[in-house]
Design a binder for this molecule. Structure first.
Ligand SMILES: Nc1ncnc2c1ncn2[C@@H]1O[C@H](COP(=O)(O)OP(=O)(O)O)[C@@H](O)[C@H]1O
Ligand SMILES: [Mg+2]
Length: 607
């Protein structure tokens, strides 16, 4: 999936996507960050109180308070009053700690709420967008990979916004304030942490470049791994039936090993980063202890100041290293944001402005239609011209791969014709000028490979028409010859259909799909090889029932079984993407071409 920068992209930058993802949740995050600030600010106050207590209350140094606090301290009786009631200091320390915890509690609450809202919105946004993407996009992208982007990558972004972004803000504030307080105690001693900060930041930058690359590889590999797993789970029956478990397991194990290897390397890299980070901070503290102790002995700084300085310096050690983590988190998030951007920047099926809803009435004309799936592929349909008469039954015969289904997908506007690929007209109007929604609501197609959802049989049938009542469902089932089958199920229409319909036989699935489509009562109805898995008798029964329906629907029957098609008003024979013959059964039979040959093959007496 190549990255392509395109000015028309919906989300041209990381920031633009991030902004969209926090649309409804940013107020929670902003509040949470404010409280996080407040909490860390309060955390910085206590060392100050303690140093004041040690130096000016227990000791007798002049109170080293910020100017604006001095008059207040005087009014309260100054250091003497505090000396008499030393408990006040303890109360102040506790009060500050309680306030800090309270702020921290609100920070966490708001943060959690923000995360929920953000996940909710992101999932909806992605799901809605993915459903709106054209089939050609879905053909190109693996389901496993898409799912991984919607789960792991979304989670990385969530962690980035809720943890790293607020950590970044918090960390910067903490560093600035600590340095400010340390400068107040001893500017000379502050030179030590000030010298260390850029070194540690540069050092984390060096690591984060490598960590980012590593994460990118891990991500790509995870996508491949879930694609393999997903494919095998979806095709578990095929894998079993062909006894390919060992082969597939080995394939998975190989990928899994590569994946683990990548993680291993990444973890080593991270450990190295953290260990050397620890060593650096340790060195910093050691230097401060040695030099600070000398200063304290030489009375350059007070004992309380020394204690507070050590407290600030160790408070600093964590945020500075955190900065390294935040930076590597940012790169990881950058990769995930790119992967989500790929999805959200993919063009959904768009309508040209000229398209409008319109009734599909009149004959359907394919006019010199040429179509290929990939730009470099050979054409699947090659200069096909044909007419499907309104209200009549048209049969399409052709071997597998001759392009029958593709012809119908084009009629449903599941794919669009390229500019030089001819055109499809309905009642003289170009299909491309009628909106997809309008086209699809009027063309009922029973897909060659019906897909049922893991819901009840009744729910599956009424998927196409949510308002359908029981009677309508029964009627549709009767025409589709499904009613007898249903009556044999103890739970009838309430029978639960397993994932992808695995609890039904191929023929039952096909008949359920036919009932689905019948329920919609569309003016155009396509049965794409929909009777292949039912026996000849049921096939005939369904066709008879369809004929008996007093509807003027245009019906298109696709099959490679002559008996299914022979009674159609008009029969089209496709071969390798070209129209080779057309006419009624009698005409085609008499012509003695491909149709006749297939006919003779299927029944030696000539049907
Ligand atoms: N999504 C797709 N991407 C690429 N090629 C496809 C796709 N669907 C079908 N084809 C190819 O197009 C040709 C016609 O397929 P199809 O229309 O399904 O034929 P039929 O329905 O007659 O069996 C086949 O060679 C098939 O491999
Ligand atoms: Mg087909």
């Amino acid at each position: 999936m190549a990255k392509k920068t395109n000015k028309n992209e919906r989300y041209p930058s990381h920031a633009s996507l991030l902004w969209r993802l926090v649309k409804g949740s940013k107020r929670f995050f902003v509040t949470s960050i404010l409280f996080a600030w407040f909490s860390s600010l309060l955390g910085l106050v206590n060392p100050r109180i303690i140093s004041f207590a040690v130096d000016s209350v227990i000791g007798d140094a002049a109170p080293d308070l910020p100017g604006y606090l001095l008059p207040l301290a005087e009014r309260l009786g100054g250091a003497e009053a505090l000396r008499a009631h030393i408990g006040y200091i303890a109360v102040a320390v506790i009060a500050v700690a309680v306030l800090s915890s309270l702020a921290s509690y609100i920070f966490r609450m708001m943060n959690a709420r923000g995360q929920e809202v953000m996940l909710l919105e992101t999932r909806d946004l992605l799901y809605g967008h993915i459903l709106s993407l054209p089939l050609s996009w879905h053909n190109q992208n693996h389901t496993g990979d898409i799912i991984q982007r919607c789960t792991s990558d979304v989670d990385v972004i969530r962690a980035f916004v809720s943890e790293q972004l607020s950590a970044l803000v918090r960390t910067l504030v903490q560093i600035i304030l600590s340095v400010y307080f340390m400068l107040g105690i001893s500017p000379r001693l502050t030179l030590i942490p000030l010298a260390f900060i850029p070194v540690i930041v540069l050092f984390s930058y060096f690591f984060h470049v490598r960590i980012e690359k590593s994460f990118e590889k891990v991500d790509a590999m995870e996508g491949q791994l879930s694609a393999v797993a997903q494919e095998n789970l979806t095709g578990v029956r095929v894998v079993r039936a062909f006894g390919r478990e060992n082969y597939e397991r080995e394939r998975f194990e190989k990928k899994n090993e590569e994946y683990t290897g990548l993680w291993d390397y990444l973890m080593k890299l991270l450990s190295l980063f953290w260990a050397s980070g620890d060593a650096l901070s340790g060195l910093q503290t050691l230097l401060i202890l040695i030099i600070g102790a000398r200063f304290a002995l030489a009375d350059t700084i007070t004992t309380g100041g020394f204690i507070a300085f050590i407290a600030y310096s160790s408070m600093l050690a964590w945020p500075v290293r955190q900065l390294g983590r935040v930076i590597s988190g940012m790169s990881r998030a950058g990769v995930s944001i790119d992967r989500i951007r790929y999805i959200l920047n993919s063009e959904p099926e768009a309508e040209t402005e000229a398209a409008s809803p319109a009734p599909l009435s009149g004959d359907i004309v394919f006019d010199h239609v040429t179509f290929r799936y990939g730009q470099e592929d050979a054409p699947v349909l090659n200069d096909v011209s044909l007419t499907i008469r309104e209200g009549k039954v048209t049969g399409i015969l052709g071997s597998t791969g001759s392009g029958k289904s593709t012809l119908m997908y084009l009629l449903c506007r599941l794919y669009d014709l390229p500019k030089d690929g001819g055109q499809i007209l309905v009642g003289g109007r170009a299909l491309s000028t009628i909106t997809r929604a309008s086209v699809r609501s009027q063309v009922g197609i029973v897909l060659q490979e019906p897909y049922l959802f893991s819901r009840t049989l009744g729910e599956n049938i009424s998927m196409t028409d949510r308002e359908a009542d029981e009677q309508a469902i029964r009627d549709a089932s009767r025409v589709a010859a499904l009613d007898e089958t249903v009556s044999r199920f103890t739970r009838g229409y309430e029978t639960f259909v397993g994932e992808r319909g695995v609890t039904l036989s191929g023929g039952q699935k096909q008949r359920t799909a036919i009932a689905q489509t019948l329920l919609r009562k569309t003016p155009i109805m396509i049965l794409d090889d929909s009777l292949s898995a039912v026996d000849a008798q049921t096939d005939a029964r369904i066709r008879r029932e369809l004929d008996r329906q007093e509807s003027s629907a245009t019906r298109i029957l696709i099959s490679h079984r002559i008996t299914t098609l022979m009674h159609a008003d008009h029969i089209i024979v496709l071969d390798k993407g070209r129209l080779v013959e057309e006419g009624s059964h009698d005409e085609l039979y008499a012509a003695g071409g491909l149709y006749r040959r297939i006919c003779d093959m299927q029944s030696p007496e000539g049907a």
